[in-house]
Design a protein around this ligand. Structure first.
Ligand SMILES: NC(=O)c1ccc[n+]([C@@H]2O[C@H](COP(=O)([O-])OP(=O)(O)OC[C@H]3O[C@@H](n4cnc5c(N)ncnc54)[C@H](O)[C@@H]3O)[C@@H](O)[C@H]2O)c1
Ligand SMILES: [Zn+2]
Ligand SMILES: [Zn+2]
Length: 379
């Protein structure tokens, strides 16, 4: 089958790889019809992780089941399913508690497994014609009759919509509160969509790209352009100097300062300043334990100069980590089904698998108009 594989920093190709197949009786094989490129893929694409050469990318996957193993009961051939990016077993201590982003079974020795992801186990990604899904009964989210009609919405249940939602959960967003979101990439935009659905009174979204800020505005958020103003001062000014009730980090370790220089502490320290005393901060942007490609000495070791004193003094809380997609995906699916959520509104490009190498280039450069790419392997 054809798949998008990693050949080294900023090099991907569409190549032939062994077909996805049933390896354990609990597996299913899903024909991929929509599979997205994600900001998380870019950390790997840029060679800023230990992602292995020759591996297949893709953790935002939707398609139709073409084969199930002998021990699969619930899922049937022909079902339309969306796959959470994290792979859970369903029976370990963490999965039982709903923390499927930290499954202890699927990637022995580590908490957490995912498709086509650095450090998250040997699983191939879904930017391919087909995908092997372990523990299929547990991991497949069944889609309703409008699966194909709303395919571009439902595919966002694999990662960015639940992840954006998770950011607002970690921060503790309540109806009527003010929320600042750093990063207007797909995840930040989904955090804004989530905060608005939850009834936040005002949602601010900070970034430096016109097209992304415009999308934030179209979702009902207030754009804050960090090229034109100091985002912290702007947020304090908008909240009587107190700061927002909640803040979300949706950028990650490659965040930049106002001059576009990578500074891994920039968003975290901005959040401490722009969140009110006793406020909550949710961090879903990825930070990694080692970053040998960083220019900064602390960052190389996965550390940062964090304003802990200010954080402590303000009595804030921070919660972090991978989104436990299964904790939210059914309910978010229902919001899509009835038309109360429309995550596909951020899609800028729908392309064939063969166009992936070019798409990676543009999305990585944050080129104007490249906000979210969905690949259609069957097209
Ligand atoms: N925790 C999880 O489960 C999970 C899941 C998916 C993605 N992620 C992570 O979320 C992060 C965002 O993903 P994405 O797909 O939206 O990525 P992206 O790279 O497309 O978007 C990041 C945005 O942040 C902006 N930015 C850079 N520095 C900034 C700053 N100082 N202040 C405000 N904005 C700034 C960039 O201009 C860009 O638009 C990534 O780190 C990704 O790996 C985490
Ligand atoms: Zn993703
Ligand atoms: Zn588990």
């Amino acid at each position: 089958m054809k798949a998008v594989i990693y050949n080294g920093p900023r090099q991907v190709s569409v190549s032939n790889v062994p077909d996805a197949r049933i390896e354990k009786p609990t597996d299913a094989v899903v024909r991929m019809t929509t599979t997205n490129i994600c900001g998380s893929d870019l950390h790997m694409y840029e060679g800023r992780t230990n992602f292995e050469i020759g591996r297949v990318f893709g953790h935002e996957n939707l398609g139709q089941v073409i084969e199930v193993g002998a021990a699969v009961d619930r899922i049937k051939k022909g079902d339309w399913v969306c796959l959470p990016f994290n792979i859970g077993c369903g029976f370990c201590e963490n999965c039982e508690r709903g923390l499927t982003g930290y499954c202890l079974t699927c990637n022995p020795g580590t908490a957490g497994a995912a498709y086509g992801f650095a450090g998250m186990g040997p699983f191939q990604g879904g930017q391919a014609e087909a995908l092997r899904v372990p523990y299929a009964d547990f991991n497949c989210l069944s889609l309703p009759k409008d699966a194909q009609e709303k395919e571009d919405d439902y595919v966002m249940l694999s990662d960015i919509f639940p992840t954006g939602w998770h950011a607002t959960e970690l921060a503790g967003v309540l109806p009527g509160e003010t929320v600042a979101i750093y990063g207007a990439g797909p995840v930040g935009l989904m955090a804004a969509h989530s905060a608005i659905i939850k009834g936040a009174s005002r949602v601010f979204v900070v970034d430096m790209h016109d097209d992304r800020l415009k999308l934030a505005e179209s979702l009902g958020a207030i754009p804050v352009d960090m090229r034109r103003c100091d985002p912290v001062e702007e947020l304090l000014g908008q909240t009587d100097g107190l700061g927002t009730d909640r803040g979300c980090e949706c950028v990650g370790y490659q965040c930049c300062d106002r001059h576009g220089r990578e500074t891994n502490s920039f968003t975290m320290n901005s959040l401490v300043k722009s969140t009110k005393a006793t406020g909550g901060i949710g961090v879903i942007g990825v930070f990694i334990p080692e970053d040998p490609g960083a220019s900064d000495t602390l960052a190389k070791e996965g550390k940062m100069a964090f304003d802990f004193g200010a954080f402590w003094f303000k009595g804030q809380h921070i919660r972090t980590g991978q989104a436990n997609v299964k904790a939210y995906n059914r309910r978010l699916r229902n919001l899509i089904h009835v038309g109360k959520a429309k995550p596909s509104c951020i899609i800028s490009h729908r392309l064939g698998l063969d166009e992936a190498p070019d798409a990676y280039k543009h999305f990585d450069a944050r080129d104007k108009g490249w906000t979210k790419v969905v690949l259609k392997p069957g097209a």
